[in-house]
Ligand binder design. Structure first.
Ligand SMILES: Cc1ncc(COP(=O)(O)O)c(C=O)c1O
Length: 381
C-alpha cells in the first residue's frame, strides 16, 4: 500500500508493533506542527479547537457506523469506561459486572473498583486453546448482570471474539454489553449496529495511527437518558459555556460522557491518523493484513513455531502471538536487527497494519529462524 511512504520509520526499521503504538506518519507530525502554528499565530483558538473536537467526534462515528450524537470524545478508554460504570445504578439484584479474562487491565480494575459500591465481578475464563466459547459467557451472565465487558481482539493473544453473540447473550438477560475494541479499531471494520453492542470504546494510539491521549466511546442513543454518569466534567454539560455551578444538567446525548477540556493536540494528531485509515479504508486494510497474516502463519508453521493465536475462521485479526521461552530476550534480539515487536505473557506479539508489506513478514521470519532457540511451547492462560 502506497501509504507506507508516509511513515519514515520504514526507511530503516521493520515496524510490527501497531498493537502497542501505530507508527508515526508525516501527516501526524504535520498536524502537531499545525496545532503549534495556530496557537502561535492566533493565541487561544478555542472556537477552532472545539470545532476540531467535533470533527473528531464525527470521524469516530464514521469509523463505527454510528451517529455523532452517540459518540463521546474521551482522553482514554479508562475515562470512558469509568464514566459508563459510574452511570450504572448497580442496584440490589442487578449488581454484577461480567468481564472476560482477556480484558485490558483498565477494564478489570474499573470493574473491581465498583466492589466498593456493592458490585460483584464475575470472570469468564478462556479454554486452554485460547478461545472463549460462548457457553462460558452464557454460564456467567444472568438476571443479576448489569454489564458484560468483552474485548473484540485480545491484546494478550490476538484472539478475535464474536462480539455480536456476546451482545445477544447479554441482551437476552437484560444486561448491557460493552466492547473494548482498541485492538480492532482501524484494522477490522466495526459496525455498531451489526455488532448490536450498547457501548463500544477504543483510542487512537494503535491502528488509528495517532498518539496517546485521545479515545472515544459509543453509547447507543436510547440509553442516553437512562445513563447518568456521576463521573463527569464541564464539557459534558448540556450548555458548556453557561458556566453554571448550580446544578448537574448533562448533555442529552453521548456527550454526557465527555469530561474536561478536550485534548486538543491529540485531536489534531487523531484526525490526521484517522484520515489515513479512512483514505485507505478499513475493509481494504483488513484484506491486506489478512494476506500478510496468512503469509506469517505459513512461515511460522515452517519454522515449527507455536502460534498462541487461535486460527479458525474469523478468530484472528492483525495480531499474531508466538510462544517464546524468553519473549523479552526475543523482542530485544529482533530489535538489534531493527525489527520492532513486543511481548505479553509468554508470547512474542507481531502485529501488521496497512503500511506493512510481504518483505516485512519475510524479514521477521528470517530473524525468527536465526533466533529459533527462543521459540517456545504453548502455555495455558
Ligand atoms: C484492549 C485495550 N484496551 C485499552 C487499552 C488502553 O486503555 P487506555 O486508553 O485507558 O489507556 C489498550 C492499550 O494498550 C488496549 O490494548
Amino acid at each position: 500500500m502506497s501509504a507506507r511512504a508516509r511513515f519514515p520509520i520504514f526507511e530503516h526499521t521493520t515496524y510490527a508493533n501497531s498493537c502497542s503504538q501505530g507508527a508515526l506518519s508525516l501527516d501526524v507530525r504535520r498536524a502537531y506542527e499545525e496545532y503549534l502554528e495556530g496557537w502561535d499565530a492566533h493565541g487561544a483558538e478555542w472556537e477552532h479547537w472545539v470545532e476540531r473536537a467535533e470533527a473528531a467526534r464525527g470521524a469516530f462515528a464514521r469509523l463505527i457506523g454510528a451517529a455523532s450524537e452517540e459518540v463521546a470524545v474521551t482522553t482514554s478508554v479508562s475515562q470512558g469506561v469509568s464514566g459508563l460504570v459510574s452511570a450504572l445504578p448497580l442496584e440490589r439484584g442487578r449488581n454484577r459486572i461480567v468481564i472476560s479474562e482477556f480484558e485490558f487491565p483498565t477494564v478489570g480494575q474499573i470493574a473491581h473498583a465498583q466492589e466498593l459500591r456493592g458490585a460483584e465481578v464475575v470472570h469468564v475464563r478462556p479454554d486452554p486453546d485460547g478461545r472463549i466459547p460462548l457457553e462460558r459467557f452464557e454460564q456467567a451472565i444472568d438476571e443479576r448482570t448489569a454489564l458484560v465487558c468483552c474485548t473484540a481482539v485480545s491484546y494478550r493473544t490476538g484472539y478475535r471474539l464474536d462480539v455480536s453473540e456476546v451482545a445477544r447473550l447479554a441482551h437476552e438477560r437484560g444486561a448491557l454489553c460493552l466492547a473494548d475494541s482498541y485492538q480492532a479499531a482501524g484494522a477490522i471494520p466495526l459496525d455498531v449496529r451489526a455488532l448490536g453492542v450498547d457501548v463500544l470504546t477504543a483510542g487512537t494510539v494503535k491502528y488509528l495511527l495517532a498518539s496517546a491521549g485521545l479515545g472515544f466511546m459509543f453509547v447507543r442513543s436510547d440509553l442516553h437518558e437512562r445513563l447518568l454518569p456521576t463521573q463527569t466534567g464541564w464539557f459534558a454539560d448540556e450548555d458548556i459555556f453557561r458556566m453554571d455551578i448550580s446544578d448537574y444538567s448533562p448533555a442529552h446525548d453521548a456527550r454526557r460522557f465527555d469530561a474536561g477540556t478536550p485534548p486538543v493536540p491529540n485531536i489534531y494528531a487523531g484526525l490526521a491518523g484517522m484520515g489515513i485509515v479512512e483514505e485507505v479504508g478499513v475493509a481494504a486494510i483488513e484484506v491486506h493484513v489478512r494476506g500478510l497474516v496468512d503469509r506469517l502463519l505459513a512461515g511460522l508453521d515452517g519454522l515449527g513455531a507455536t502460534v498462541a493465536t487461535p486460527r479458525g475462521e474469523g478468530e484472528c485479526g492483525p495480531l499474531v502471538c508466538v510462544a517464546s521461552t524468553d519473549p523479552r530476550a526475543l523482542v530485544d534480539a529482533l530489535r538489534d536487527e531493527r525489527i520492532v515487536t513486543s511481548s505479553r505473557d509468554a508470547n512474542l506479539r507481531i502485529s501488521l497494519h496497512l503500511y506493512n508489506v510481504e518483505e516485512d513478514v519475510d524479514r521477521i521470519l528470517e530473524a525468527l529462524a536465526t533466533h529459533r532457540g527462543l521459540l517456545g511451547q504453548h502455555e495455558e492462560i
